[in-house]
Design a protein around this ligand. Structure first.
Ligand code: ARG
Length: 457
């Protein structure tokens, strides 16, 4: 058995069970690129500060290049007895270039190394997630563009409320996604500070230049406090929280599409390419992808809770518990990317059933509020008058616009012929004009905004 990198003071090796239990190489090898980036920056800084020779630095950089290539070609052997990604790469570098590799860990600990690697990894993950959010926004805006002028029932309490333009409805989701991306951008700004040089927890007496490594790795600045740098994972919690909110939004879209694809609604037909069948019921065509979007939100929420519980009892500074921070994040990021991808795919493959939607519009007295708005008397009084008109419709099983003027006069003398201008969903929609409303001009302006923001011209 090979001696551990940290083996000097030990008289015997760890048991197999301990080795298996404490390893993280099986998952943290995903950090290899960022680990190598960090080592390159660190080695260059050590040379510039006179802590290693320039020729040592050159062999380290060449060795790291080779190792990176081996990993990318799948030729690198990851060893459990070398515990984690940091020691696997350092030990392999020593195998490859000998003595100079042993100088790389000068003024560095795995504690600042792992925090640096993970920040770099999360930073890349954020950029990828944001690009997937944009793709979904594009899919939703394209769907809106294909459905100009379509009116759908707007719901509150899942009861019919007021008529809205389908475009308005779809653009509501686009707005939510924009804030989701904004949360990730904020998280990125806050996480982008460099822990490298914090060493184990206390910093070092060696003349390192933390500003140089921070710059080389694209961080805003080195972290001010070495103990903070190695001990906190709040940046991970922020990413997981942002993902949890995205997952919640996507789950709601999923729920709605599943509902709207049902026979009972029948408002949308997903294409066969985004549907699956039943192993027993030959007639079935199910919206499984969106059910799974709804379902997978559960694990994204779970990962956030895992990290919160993981961190809440830890005294300063680094604790090995923190090794458990990786898998929930890898899972959360992978899951959220899949959810965004498949939601965009689904959006590109939805047809709105205009006829079916149109036929359903007379139900639910969607125009009642428009009528109440326009009676021109104190709102509480008009609410009451229109309420009685609705009660008459319920009794007669008809729509508001089917009531005769005589019948309306039976309720209140205030009504005149002009009332029919406010009745029916088409008339009703025309009356909306407030900023952000579902009125045609307001919605056209919203659509213009998104078309130019997302470069869809
Ligand atoms: N594999 C560890 C982690 O992910 C790296 C840091 C280990 N440090 C230590 N002193 N054991 O957190």
């Amino acid at each position: 058995k090979e001696a551990k990198l940290w083996g000097g003071r030990f008289e015997e090796g760890v048991t197999d069970a301990v080795e298996r239990f404490t390893e993280s190489i099986s998952f943290d090898k995903a950090l290899y690129k960022h680990d190598i980036m960090g080592s390159r920056a660190h080695a260059s800084m050590l040379a510039k500060q006179g802590l290693i020779s320039f020729s040592d630095k050159d062999s380290i950089l060449e060795g790291l290049d080779q190792i990176e290539k081996q990993i990318e070609k799948g030729e690198f052997v990851w060893r459990t007895d070398r515990e984690d990604v940091h020691m696997n790469i350092e030990a392999a570098l020593t195998d490859l270039i000998g003595e100079p590799a042993k100088k790389l860990h000068t003024a560095r600990s795995r504690n600042d190394q792992v925090s640096t690697d993970f920040r770099l990894w999360c930073r890349d993950a954020i950029d990828t997630i944001i690009s997937h959010i944009k793709h979904l926004q594009v899919a939703l805006v394209s769907l809106a563009k294909k459905n100009t002028g379509v009116i759908v029932p707007g719901y509150t309490h899942l009861q019919r409320a007021q008529p809205v333009l389908l475009q308005h409805h779809l653009l509501a989701y686009v707005e939510q996604l924009e804030r989701d991306a904004g949360r990730l951008v904020d998280c990125r700004v806050r996480l982008n500070f460099c822990p490298l040089g914090a060493c184990a927890l206390a910093g070092t007496g060696l003349p390192i230049d933390r500003f140089m490594t921070s710059d080389a790795l694209g961080f805003t600045a080195p972290m001010r406090n070495s103990m903070d740098a190695v001990s906190d994972r709040d940046f991970v919690l922020e990413l997981l929280s942002a993902n949890a909110i995205i997952a919640m939004h996507l789950s709601r879209i999923g729920e709605e599409w599943v509902l709207w694809a049902s026979e009972e609604f029948g408002f949308i037909t997903p294409s066969d390419s985004v549907s699956t069948g039943s192993s027993i019921m030959p007639q079935k065509k199910n919206p499984d992808p969106m059910e799974l979007v709804r379902g997978k939100s559960a694990r994204v929420f779970g990962n956030l809770v895992t990290l919160q519980v993981l961190c809440k009892g830890l005294p300063l500074a680094y604790n090995r518990d923190l090794q458990e921070d990786k898998e929930p994040v890898f899972d959360s990021v992978k899951t959220i990317i899949g959810m965004l991808e498949v939601s965009a795919e689904f959006a590109h493959n939805i047809t709105y059933n205009h006829e079916r939607i149109q036929k359903s519009l007379p139900a639910g007295h969607l125009d009642a509020t428009t009528l109440a708005d326009y009676l021109g008397i104190p709102f509480r009084t008009s609410h009451d008058i229109v309420g009685r008109a609705v009660a008459l419709c319920v009794y007669k099983n008809c729509q508001l616009r089917e009531l005769s003027l005589d019948e309306l006069h039976g309720i209140n003398k205030i009504f005149d012929e002009g009332v029919y201008d406010y009745l029916g969903v088409e008339n009703s929609i025309k009356k909306f004009s407030s900023y952000g409303s579902t009125g045609s001009e307001c919605v056209a302006a919203q659509l213009d905004f998104w078309v130019s923001r997302l470069d869809l011209n």
